[in-house]
Design a protein around this ligand. Structure first.
Ligand SMILES: [Zn+2]
Length: 107
């Protein structure tokens, strides 16, 4: 008995070398979990899952860096609000005392 099945009316050629999943610049992925297929929604290109994972990792790092920058700005803004509040309190105290030697908040 042979291990080869012969189909008289069907010819099947399977050549993985023709499938070249690649990459694109659209960053708009479609993930087909049933077929484990990654493609671009915009240009319909078949994408390499490894490239997609690398791209997502890079985008995640960019997002984390953006969060860090926003956090630093928030810390600076909080410090500035505290400085201005202290200055305003000093001005209010000086106004009660009748003195007028408040520093500018921009100093
Ligand atoms: Zn694309």
């Amino acid at each position: 008995m042979s291990n080869v099945l012969v189909f008289k009316r069907v010819r099947l050629t399977h050549d993985d070398r023709k499938h070249r999943p690649g990459e694109c610049a659209h960053l708009h992925l479609n993930l087909d979990s049933r077929g484990d297929i990654v493609s671009c929604v915009d240009c319909k290109a078949s994408l390499s899952p490894f490239w997609a994972l690398s791209m997502l990792s890079e985008q995640y790092q960019l997002a984390l860096a953006h969060v860090d920058r926003l956090t630093a700005r928030l810390v600076l803004a909080d410090g500035r609000i505290i400085d201005l509040s202290r200055h305003r309190s000093r001005e209010a105290d000086d106004a009660k005392d009748g003195s007028n030697n408040a520093e500018s908040p921009l100093d």
